[in-house]
Design a protein around this ligand. Structure first.
Ligand code: TRP
Length: 337
């Protein structure tokens, strides 16, 4: 185990299967930025996971760099956190193989995300999609991770990760730290602007449903103006019954930092149109500096690549130590340790 590290280890990742969205800032990145000072953080671009859905190779390459650049633009500092690309550290795929031999077929079949994605991508229900949570377990366990910030939809995968860690530890000897889910301080889950009962997603075919972090000011304004709202005329926060307007209040809150109650109080008698204009203004002001930083970072591909090489080196040193232990314990022979 990695006893030398004084700070608790935290691991998280995003798939580079599209451009990052406002939902990623709300649900992940702004928490990561706060956490990087407190924990030993690994923030991974999980490109191998993205392969479970067929990708256009050039897009996957571009999105991988975009994703890393967006981590930086959002405020992750390489001096505090290790940023790297999953496929640059072979130990992820290697540990996933070993862990797959500890995972029951029935156990993996029960993963609700697998069942959902099998329906969504009925034309390509591949074994990788089935094994997806095992690769995620490998990501987490390689670093002796204690905390994993994940959304509701990933809790079951984290539960599997814990089961696998305990199973392996019991079968051999303590090898893996058993990770805990991290419930973030800011837990906002942004919804689709076109169907506010669905989560905002980077792969939504309707681009008006999603604010991408690279959207220009005009696009941001247009999407907010066209956002589906609920019947009624008042600005009230009630995610269950008025998901559309509540989502816009949530976005205003994210962009301005103003408490929800204060927003509702101030706009109570405003028209939907006036409120949407205010949301758009706040969001434009909030995203413009992020986008500018992103463009600066992304335009210097050499420096970005260098940073990712360095991140992968740091990650690999830790990951390989865990992997070697695992290989030895299960009985894989090698000439010297
Ligand atoms: N499955 C996660 C998601 O879609 C992404 C992910 C892969 C991840 N490996 C991880 C998240 C490890 C946290 C830790 O959101």
């Amino acid at each position: 185990m990695n006893d030398a590290s004084p700070r608790k280890v935290l691991f998280s990742g995003i798939q580079p299967s599209g451009m990052l969205t406002l939902g990623h800032i709300a649900g992940a990145l702004r928490n990561w930025v706060a956490l990087q000072h407190q924990y030993e953080c690994y923030f991974c671009v999980v490109d191998l996971h993205a392969l479970t859905v067929r990708q256009v190779p050039a897009n996957l390459r571009r999105w991988t760099l975009d994703c890393a650049a967006m981590y930086l633009a959002a405020g992750i500092e390489p001096a505090h956190a290790t940023i790297f690309v999953q496929s640059h550290v072979p130990a992820h795929a290697e540990l996933a193989w070993v862990l797959s031999t500890f995972t029951g077929f029935g156990e993996a079949s029960r993963m609700t995300q697998f069942k959902e994605k099998s329906v969504q991508h009925a034309d390509n229900v591949n074994v990788g999609l089935f094994a997806y949570p095992i690769l995620m377990a490998a990501d987490i366990l390689l670093y002796q991770t204690e905390l994993v910030p994940v959304g509701e939809d990933q809790k079951q995968h984290l539960e599997l990760t814990r089961d696998l860690a305990q199973r392996f530890n019991n079968a051999y000897s303590p090898t893996f730290t058993v990770p805990e889910p991290y419930i973030p301080t800011y837990g906002a889950r942004l919804m689709s602007l076109q169907d506010p009962r669905k989560k905002m997603s980077k792969s939504d075919p309707n681009h008006n449903a999603t604010i991408f972090l690279v959207d220009d000011n005009d696009a941001i304004r247009r999407k907010i103006q066209r956002a589906v709202t609920d019947s009624g005329t008042t600005i009230t926060y009630d995610p269950e019954h008025r998901p559309g307007i509540s989502n816009l209040i949530e976005i205003y809150h994210l962009a301005s930092g103003e408490p929800i109650e204060a927003i509702v109080e101030r706009f109570r008698d405003a028209s939907y149109a006036a409120f949407k204009a205010a949301v758009a203004d706040a969001l434009v002001a909030y995203l413009e500096p992020v986008r500018t930083r992103f463009q600066q970072i992304r335009s210097d591909e050499g420096s970005l690549a260098q940073l990712l090489v360095e991140g992968a080196r740091r990650a690999a040193r830790v990951a390989e130590r865990t992997l070697r232990n695992v290989y030895r314990k299960v009985g894989l022979w090698r000439p010297q340790y």
